[in-house]
Design a protein around this ligand. Structure first.
Ligand code: SAH
Length: 395
């Protein structure tokens, strides 16, 4: 391929690529022909010079993230086709056209064949979040492709990559609007209204990935006293209130999150006395909650951001769940989650199991939860499965 530096793999190191796995580790590379800088598009070949794909070059143990296994130049038409395929999936699963929901994930990294890129859709505003320099350098092109495909469905594109690019990268990104400027920050998820602050909020502004799990919670909320621990902007709390909860307590360590939660509760349930929010550390708050609640949600931030700290993270999950199990009322229900990619489903379940054993309660699994359909997992890239949840009945 003319115009692109070439990454040549060692003999035998092309197998995972031939099975469409998109990551190339540094140890698999025999040599690089031509100058490369972090974020460049490179063409990948096996040791016999057979073309394998195009990817973004990066410095680190994953050296190339492949976004195409075809021999076609990644220009505007190429990216437009990629976005069209992602948009089609959201249409085919019925999400793009719903009347009661106008927030969803449009691009989920490897799950949509675009490693290093997250794009969320918020009622006309698209939030673009690059996790690789390559996807950040391509932002104008991809933003144009998004406009090509979504047409009037998009009014604003905001780039929020300043905090998510690899910290060693030699670039100085600033967050800002790539196109348009937003006026409305209100979105709707299954009829619940949320104010989303993509400019200063966590992640892209909202935890889009808990939509289906929040919806399930409503089924269990009737006449229960609910603790929504790690509430962020209050998502699980509204579903609990909609489901007929007697009382809902939302807790988060961030004062800003509690402010957001209170604003959102007022938006959906003005003057409703059933809800109260507390700024507190989870472990402190949960020290003395004996028999206070009969539905507890535990949705902590990723305890393990790297493989190195998995053991420590598992201890955290164990301790947190033990606190909930030991104090929840008999007949109570726990919704417990881990969004750590580095922690496997089995490891998480084992940690929750240990928590139950510490609490010496009889616990049964009612549901096993995961990420929703707009966070698809490429079957050739099982690492894309990151959200794990269990709904448990505590006797
Ligand atoms: N359940 C939320 C998302 C939770 S994200 C939703 O549905 O939208 C994790 C949250 O945990 C963040 O808001 C973060 O501020 C909060 N957090 C992090 N550490 C905490 C701690 N030690 N105690 C309480 N909250 C914490």
């Amino acid at each position: 391929m003319q115009g692109f530096s070439k990454v040549i793999l060692k003999k035998g190191k092309d197998e995972s690529l031939l099975r469409f796995h998109p990551w190339i580790f540094s140890g698999a590379i025999q040599k690089i022909k031509g100058p490369v800088e972090e974020g460049d598009v490179v063409a990948v070949y096996n040791h016999e010079r057979r073309f394998l794909g195009f990817g973004h070059y990066q410095i680190g143990s994953i050296m190339v993230r492949v976004f195409s296994f075809e021999e076609e130049v990644p220009d505007l038409a190429f990216w437009t086709e990629k976005i069209a395929s992602a948009w089609k999936l959201r249409q085919d699963i019925g999400l793009a056209e719903r009347q009661d929901t106008n927030v969803f994930r449009l691009i989920h990294g490897e799950g949509d064949g675009m490693p290093g890129l997250i794009v969320d859709y918020y009622n006309g505003t698209v939030v673009y979040q690059a996790h690789s320099v390559g996807m950040w350098l391509n932002r104008s092109l991809i933003a144009e492709a998004i406009r090509n495909v979504l047409g009037e469905r998009v009014s604003t594109i905001y780039d929020k990559s300043a905090k998510t690019l690899p910290f060693k990268a030699d670039v100085e990104p600033e967050d800002g609007y790539l196109w348009g400027e937003s006026t409305t920050h209100e979105v709707m998820e299954y009829g619940n209204k949320f104010e989303v602050d993509w400019e200063t909020g966590q992640k892209t502004g909202f935890f889009v990935d808990q939509r289906e799990n929040r919806k399930l919670l409503a089924d269990y909320a009737k006449d229960r006293d609910v603790l929504n621990m790690f509430c962020y902007s209050g998502g699980f709390s509204f579903y609990a209130m909609n489901g007929g909860a007697r009382m809902v307590h939302s807790v988060d360590a961030s004062a800003k999150a509690i402010e957001l939660t209170n604003r959102n509760v007022e938006l959906n349930f003005p003057g409703d006395q059933r809800h109260e929010a507390f700024t507190a550390d989870a472990f402190d708050f949960m020290r003395e909650i004996k028999d206070k609640y009969d539905l507890i949600v535990l949705d902590p931030p990723a305890f393990a951001k790297h493989q190195r700290v998995v053991r420590q993270a598992l201890q955290g999950y164990k301790k947190l769940n033990a606190r909930a199990f030991s104090q929840i009322r008999p007949g109570g229900i726990v919704f417990t989650f881990s969004c750590s990619q580095a922690v496997s489903k089995d490891q998480f379940r084992q940690a929750v199991f240990s928590g139950a054993a510490i609490a010496q309660r009889k616990v049964r699994i009612l549901h096993q939860l995961t990420q929703p359909a707009d966070h698809p997992i490429d079957i050739y890239h099982p690492e894309g499965e990151y959200l794990k949840g269990l709904v448990l009945y505590v006797e």
